[in-house]
Design a binder for this molecule. Structure first.
Ligand SMILES: *Cc1c(COP(=O)(O)O)cnc(C)c1O
Length: 240
């Protein structure tokens, strides 16, 4: 999930005003990804949360190669015939003990990690304010943002070719950056499955062609943030 633990903004049906809800507390289910580049990691893997007992049972079963979980709890390995009984087609998505232990240790540091990332995002936001032609990510008032990546957007005057040239020049200067993901409808699977083509979502495509993911991690220093932003400004001046 991009920006895991993001706080979403939902309009309350009854009161007609905005209500803030914690990530993972609305909808039928929510997912948290724990790949190493995420705020917290278990090495690989993730988690589904739901308050629907049936759905929870189904998830446990599917993660456990389709074995049943008759009482909503995973069947202990090797306990009688149940372990050998497959009630549906499933997967081996079990989280192992080592990964879970790493996750728990990470979880105990989550506030510190989120704060460190927020500090880096703040430094970027302040440094980028002074730069013409780039927009930093918008955070709505009263939202507690849990930063995952830091993606800026070049202003309309820049084309995809400019963005690509800027990326290349940043990389030449030793600054790790990326264009980040292309919109989902441009992913080969979605093209094939749903017949999407270039031009179907022009605003999305326009926006995506101007994004740059800047270096972003917990221990990035203010000095390095300034270094990145100064180089970016320098490159923007050189291609104007
Ligand atoms: C992490 C991530 C996902 C989820 O991938 P996992 O395999 O669950 O880690 C999906 N999309 C984006 C953009 C991500 O960064």
């Amino acid at each position: 999930m991009s920006r895991e633990l993001r706080v979403e903004n939902l309009r309350s049906k009854n009161e007609g005003k905005f209500q803030w809800k914690k990530a993972g507390t609305f909808g039928d289910a929510a997912v948290f990804a724990f790949y190493p580049n995420k705020q917290i990691t278990t090495g690989e893997g993730g988690m589904v949360v739901t308050d629907d007992a049936k759905l929870a049972s189904l998830c446990r079963s599917m993660a456990n190669q389709g074995r049943g979980s008759p009482h909503g709890i995973p069947i202990p390995r090797g306990k009688g015939g149940e372990w050998l009984k497959h009630v549906r087609l499933g997967y081996n998505y079990r989280m192992d003990e080592m990964s879970a232990a790493l996750g728990l240790a990470q979880l105990s540091r989550i506030e510190e990690i989120i704060a460190a990332r927020a500090r880096v995002a703040d430094w970027y936001g302040k440094a980028l304010e002074k730069i013409e032609g780039v927009e930093s990510p918008y955070v709505a008032p009263n939202v507690r943002m849990s930063w995952f990546v830091y993606v800026i957007r070049l202003s309309d005057q820049y084309a995809r070719e400019d963005r690509d040239q800027i990326l290349q020049k940043l990389k030449q200067r030793g600054i790790g950056c990326s264009n980040y993901f292309q919109p989902i409808h441009r992913q080969p699977f979605y093209r094939k499955m749903f017949g999407y083509k270039e031009g179907d979502f022009p605003i999305t495509e326009q926006t995506a062609s101007r994004t740059i993911a800047l270096p972003f991690y917990n221990n990035l220093t203010e000095g390095k943030v300034d270094y990145v932003v100064e180089d970016l400004a320098d490159i923007l001046r050189s291609i104007d």
